[in-house]
Design a protein around this ligand. Sequence first.
Ligand code: FAD
Length: 507
Amino acid sequence: MEDPGKISHVVIVGGGTAGWMSAAFLSRMFPQRQMRITVVESAEIGTVGVGEATVPSILFFNQFVGVDEPTMMSASQGSFKLGIEFVGWSDPGARYLHPFGAFGAPMEGVSFHAYWLRARRRGYKAELAEFSLNSLAAQGGRFDWHVDDPHDPRSGMVHAYHFDASLYAQLLRRVSEGRGVRRVERTIRGVNLDPVDGTIASLALDDGETLAGDFFIDCSGFRGLLIGQALGMGYEDWSEYLPANRAVAVPSARYEDPVPYTRATAERAGWRWRIPLQHRTGNGYVYVADQISDDEAAGSLLAALAAEHPGNEILADPRFLRFTTGRRTRSRHKNCVSLGLASGFLEPLESTSIHLVQFGLMKLAASFPRAKDDPVATDFYNRIMADEMEQIRDFLIYHYHANRRVGEPLWDRMRALAIPESLREKIDLYRTRGQVIFPHQSIFVEPNWLAVMMGQHGEPEGYDPLADRMDDRQLAEYLQHMRIACRQAADRMPSHASVLERLAAAA
Ligand code: FAD
């Protein structure tokens, strides 16, 4: 006899990037016969329609859902991303790259950068970035894929994508529908709760129909239709740490030579993004409303675009977005999990929203409910999601906090910020010992933090004493060998533009 509590119908509310990522993921996870999956989306309400940069974990997601790279690049007008260039975050005008992937290679359990720091104390000149192939390739406008051979320096290459997230969602929709996912284009007017246990029983649609389900995924965007409005989960507001609460986005014509990295430029009242795609360039200004008006922010963004690329065509009117940084107090509750904007928001400084959708889906898979309400699985999920969001939050705070933009009100305020204790510990460890150590696994690990801390704080006072075990001559040879190997490998790579042309021709 069939178990009456078993989950056999999942209803996904929302057809934005989060909704279709969920549908693609679940339809790959469950054979069609075992699980009915329905996506409800409203043409009347539409999607947020921004979001163009990703982190490397997206490769695993695409692989899992069965989307190959050439198809994805062509369908979403994508380009390759090797990291993020930060301009003006420490001093105005200063720049550094946060590349994906490691610097050098660890030896005998000690991180490469500890050896490099030791050599620097003895007058070594080469920069840490010279030991990151991602960094060298990005700065030279080049791209190549990771190679699975530990003797090839390209084994250190790590990439992600820039893409049009709406087009990406459409691709995932086609994939999901091909696997039997049902799409209902309706606006939800109400949510019916079970009077006995308070779980979600069904959705009331605008045509008078009701749609029942066993488990619900809330991907309804900022409004949080199920998790917030129906189930009453509150929102933990992190604006005291990350005060940006508005953005304005403007697409411009594509660049002849799209660079393989995102650029994030610090501004008086926030920061500006630039993301090169195949068919256009994404631009936007994330800002703090009490520091600049909407009109001024749009004017400042357009003026910066005109100054950087005179004559570059602006393709649409500025689009304004409002948000509150933070997260749902519980992103999963009863028979509902929220993903995407419905579960919280962190500004796109390190391009983490799409990653958090993917991370949530993986953790949902690891704690899939045994019955409509599975409190043990729910608590486990909530704890892991809260940890990951807090780690990313701390990383973002660091970017603002470690600045030297003296005399600018927002930046003075961020330097003086009372930061979370978890971040204070990381900063002290880096400053005194040049180390970054994590209590939990997270999307951003040692090389990521190191790139940003080196870029904004500069070199630390000390280094891991275990790096002293190698003798001076051996260390000099090791550094020399690795530096030359990285340089030569980067110089042999094709240009990013030529790789994109080849992909487009093959599509
Ligand atoms: P939405 O796109 O808002 O979709 C909501 C869906 O719910 C829609 O289909 C809507 O029709 C449906 N819906 C809502 N109410 C109802 C109803 N009553 N009935 C039926 N359907 C309903 N992320 C990144 O990873 N990288 C980035 O570079 C990045 N940049 C960003 C920049 C900005 C300024 C902002 C605001 C976000 C950015 N993001 C980025 C986040 C990214 O855009 C979102 O995480 C992603 O698009 C997911 O959105 P969503 O699917 O949660 O919500």
